[in-house]
Design a protein around this ligand. Structure first.
Ligand code: F6P
Length: 549
């Protein structure tokens, strides 16, 4: 057994789980009249209700003991003080610096990063104003109306989520388009109907080596030169770059004035707060982008300064560990009852699974416990009509996070009441279920015959005791969204810290990229003997035989 799983805190939790597992959540409400108050937390405009979870005060105490045993407070301090906690890449993890609005010095290798962060923010603000005021002009002298953001993974999901979520704040004359997939359909769809003289391309790539992004950027450049201006100098009027790799951007033809920098201490999936968020600023205005940063900063301060017992991201992370490692719940559903947040599950898939989908601990040993849960989900109420059946009556138990706005951005109050009622009802139904006795009673009152009733009973019973957390927010404003995103970012940190894994590298995506290059050169050369894997060779042969170009 490994160090963590044989530790006292872990063993205590295991024993405690044996007890808690036998008590339905509903019982806790009967015996703890203060439960809702005890397990709900408010921060700014956000309310988190953890009370419909399988936990007691004793659970929290034991989980906090585990966090202390794994030196969580020290690890939080290390992140905030710029230590190279991403040890496999020898990098600091300082996305918190990007929203450090108090401007307190944050040092990497003895240098305060804040002057550089502020300089890029200022450049983003100036550029946004210039574009909005019509001072930034394309090659024909016209202003920009369409922005195509090209990037993938962390250079796409965050900005895409935020732009979609904050669409009610968008500039009335700016349209945005996102291109991430190397599937040509993606860029073809984006470019359809665009006027090159009024289009700005943002190429977002931290490394500037990502195959998909570079191919899409080159296709965009060719399209611009063919349909807009062939003059190489006009690239500077229509292409900007967000990257850490200045040289590579220059060789693509983007001059340094059009480059918005960020640094290797910003992880891709934590980069929407950096220059990678330029499209957000262009879409909703710099002041709203700043509000987004301000929201995240509130949570950063809370995470850094609040004791573990009252620390919301800590509780979120520990709850994740409780279910994953002690109950064996391997997946988690994210269900925003908010169409504006429909990309949230996809965004969290990268944030959580790329961060904590690891199996090697700090000591280089294989862990003997499970790490990241599988994250999935969809917006409600659509989700109710697809996978909720499994949540209620399936054989797997899936903890759910419900995200619900109190006030919508639309005026259709009757719709919103129905939406909110459904969210609350689902969490209640998951927890309370429906007993055989209740079903019998219902059927007796119906006009179904006694024989059919008997047959139906087991199918209509809901076991209940299925946990969920409900997160209410007053309105999806830039500030509230910034807070929500930072809550989940720090939850990821907490889980990774307790599991003793590096949440900030992503070596697992490398191998596929390498093999793809080999397969591609085989497809291009036709030398299939170089492929050793019989199945891959067979598939390449089939592809080459049938492709028509
Ligand atoms: O998917 C792997 C990954 O490295 C992500 O971590 C990153 O967000 C994405 O690729 C894009 O990388 P880049 O911004 O360097 O193009």
């Amino acid at each position: 057994m490994g160090r963590l799983t044989s530790s006292l805190a872990w063993k205590n939790l295991k024993e405690h789980q044996n007890v808690v597992a036998r008590i339905p959540i509903q019982k806790f409400f009967e015996t703890q009249p203060e439960r809702v108050k005890q397990f709900s937390f408010e921060i700014g405009d956000i309310l988190l209700d953890f009370s419909k979870n399988k936990l007691t005060q004793q659970t929290l105490n034991l989980l906090i003991k585990l966090a202390e045993q794994e030196k969580l407070p020290k690890k939080i301090d290390e992140m905030f003080s710029g230590e190279k906690i991403n040890f496999t890449e020898k990098r600091s993890v300082l996305h918190i610096a990007l929203r450090n609005l108090s401007n307190e010095p944050l040092k990497v290798d003895g240098w305060d990063v804040m002057p550089r962060v502020n300089a890029v923010l200022l450049k983003m603000r100036n550029f946004t104003q210039k574009l909005h005021n019509g001072f930034w002009r394309g090659f024909s002298g016209e202003s920009i109306t369409d922005i195509v953001h090209i990037g993938i993974g962390g250079s796409d999901l965050g900005p895409r989520l935020v732009c979609e979520a904050l669409a009610p704040y968008s500039h009335p004359e700016i349209r945005i388009h996102f291109v991430s997939n190397v599937d040509g359909t993606d860029i073809q769809n984006a470019l359809r109907n665009l006027n090159p003289s009024r289009t700005l391309f943002i190429v977002a790539s931290k490394s500037w080596t990502t195959q998909e992004t570079l191919l899409n950027a080159n296709t965009a450049k060719r399209w611009f030169q063919k349909n807009g201006s062939p003059d190489e100098r006009d690239i500077a009027k229509h292409f900007v770059a967000l990257s850490t790799n200045e040289e590579a951007c220059a060789s693509f033809g983007i001059p340094s004035e059009n480059m918005f920098h960020f640094w290797n201490w910003v992880g891709g999936r934590f980069s929407l707060w950096s220059a990678i968020g330029l499209v957000i600023s262009l879409y909703i205005g710099f002041d709203n982008f700043y509000e987004l940063l301000a929201g995240a900063n509130i949570i950063d301060k809370h995470f850094k300064n609040t004791n573990l017992e009252q620390n919301i991201p800590v509780l979120m992370g520990l709850l994740g560990i409780w279910y994953n490692n002690f109950f064996g719940y391997r997946t988690q559903a994210i269900v925003p009852y908010d169409t504006l947040l429909q990309k949230f599950p996809a965004y969290l898939q990268q944030l959580i699974m790329e961060s904590n989908g690891k199996r090697i601990n700090y000591d280089g040993d294989t862990v003997d416990y499970s790490t990241s849960p599988i994250i999935w989900g969809q917006a409600g109420t659509d989700a109710q009509h697809s996978f909720f059946q499994l949540l209620h009556q399936g054989t797997q138990i899936v903890p759910v996070d419900f995200l619900v706005p109190v006030e919508p951005h639309h005026p259709l109050a009757n719709h919103h009441d129905v939406l909110v009622a459904n969210a609350i009802a689902q969490s209640e139904a998951l927890m309370e279920g429906r007993t055989k006795k209740q079903v019998e009673q219902e059927l007796e009152e119906s006009n179904i015959g006694p024989y059919d009733q008997r047959e139906l009973i087991p199918h209509r019973v809901f076991p209940g005791d299925r946990p969920s957390t409900t997160i209410f927010y007053r309105k999806l404003t830039p500030r509230t969204l910034g807070m929500l995103l930072a809550l989940y970012e720090h939850r990821v940190f907490v889980e990774g810290a307790v599991w003793g894994i590096n949440s900030f590298d992503q070596w697992g995506v490398e191998l596929g990229k390498k093999i793809a290059n080999k397969v591609l050169s085989t497809i291009e050369s036709g030398h299939i003997q170089s492929i050793a894997n019989p199945s891959s060779r067979f598939l390449i042969e089939y592809y080459l035989q049938h492709k028509r170009w």
